[in-house]
Design a binder for this molecule. Structure first.
Ligand SMILES: [Zn+2]
Length: 337
């Protein structure tokens, strides 16, 4: 909902995103104007489950306080959790005292320790982790990770082995099943995971940080700020920001599937140069834009069962071969280690 850095422009708003996980909505940063942006994008603010604020620079938080008031007007009753670094509590207390003393719901502030990679929030399907960043004030990004979905039992196997309800329940819990005739069916042959868990990393605002990138290893989608073009590397470093090249480097290091860059400085009337620079080393780069949605398609988990057993058999054979092989001493270290 916002792709601009500090100064808004006629077309860009300050940082704000909605992360939608199985129709659960999470607000990530809340720059000025986030309410109107939600209305434009047809996002019901009452559906927001929790708010995650990376740091307390105005362009990431000025939009939150009016939103809190409006949620009161809409009649929200469910408590709203806000994850933010200190001293957010002081700002919130001030706002509540002068503007929202009669709010019909409670705002629960959870302090994020921006020096730790810690689990902040979880429910049945999702975990949200903090990712320490390198900015001018305490800042943490967020890693959204889907949990591994529960096991499903293959319909054809239920029929093939005539499984009872109790056996199906046991299989869902990961247990092997012993049939009436005494044969044991390994769990892997009966069950499968419906999809591979997905992950989304939100890294803003920050200098290039190999550590942060490493914590987001394997993210399907990474948002990384790219406030400046490569030519402005010096300014970027001084102000605690990244260039588009550095954003690409972070995505490469993390082995991310795709990269979205944003938090563009108002000096760039259009972001083409930033995208082109990032694409030179990370081709799967897109620019964030107001109203633009990025989806991580669901991927089917590889079937376990027979294929798994074949693979296990193969690795057992390999183990035997390895055992027979004569000792050759420690392997040569690789040049890049
Ligand atoms: Zn900032």
């Amino acid at each position: 909902m916002g792709s601009a850095s500090a100064k808004p422009t006629p077309t860009r708003h300050p940082s704000a995103q909605i992360v939608n996980v199985h129709e659960q909505h999470y607000l990530v940063d809340a720059g000025e104007g986030v309410q109107q942006q939600m209305i434009r994008q047809r996002i019901n603010p009452l559906k927001i489950r929790a708010v995650f604020i990376s740091h307390l620079h105005g362009d990431h938080v000025y939009g939150l306080f009016p939103l809190l008031s409006t949620l009161g007007l809409y009649g929200r009753r469910t408590p709203l959790a806000v994850y933010a670094p200190a001293p957010f509590g002081e700002m919130l207390a001030c706002h509540l005292r002068y503007f929202d003393s009669g709010l019909p719901y409670t705002v629960e502030w959870h302090e994020t320790d921006t020096t730790q990679h810690a689990l902040l929030y979880e429910n049945r399907t999702l975990e949200v982790w903090s990712v320490p960043l390198r900015h001018r004030i305490p800042t943490a990004g967020f890693l959204f990770r889907e949990k591994e979905p529960p096991l499903n039992v293959d319909k054809f196997k239920i029929v093939e082995y005539g499984l009872s309800v109790a056996q199906i329940t046991a299989a869902k819990q990961g247990r092997d099943i012993t049939l009436a005739g005494g044969e044991t069916i390994p769990n892997g042959e009966l069950t499968y995971r419906p999809y591979v868990p997905r992950s989304y990393a939100y890294l803003s605002d920050t200098n290039y940080s190999a550590k942060a990138a490493g914590l987001c290893a394997g993210a399907d989608l990474m948002y990384h700020e790219a406030t400046y073009a490569a030519a402005e590397r010096k300014i970027a470093r001084e102000r605690g920001h990244s260039t588009s090249e550095e954003a690409a480097r972070a995505a490469l290091l993390a082995g991310a599937g795709r990269l979205v860059i944003g938090h563009f400085s108002s000096r760039y009337k259009d972001e083409t140069i930033l995208v082109e620079e990032a694409r030179r080393s990370f081709p799967a780069t897109e620019a964030a834009a107001e109203g633009r949605r990025f989806e991580i398609p669901e991927r089917k988990a590889p079937r376990r069962g027979t294929a798994d057993r074949e693979r296990e058999k193969l690795s057992e054979e390999t183990d035997v071969r390895d055992r027979d092989r004569p000792e050759t001493g420690p392997a040569e270290p690789k040049a890049d280690e």
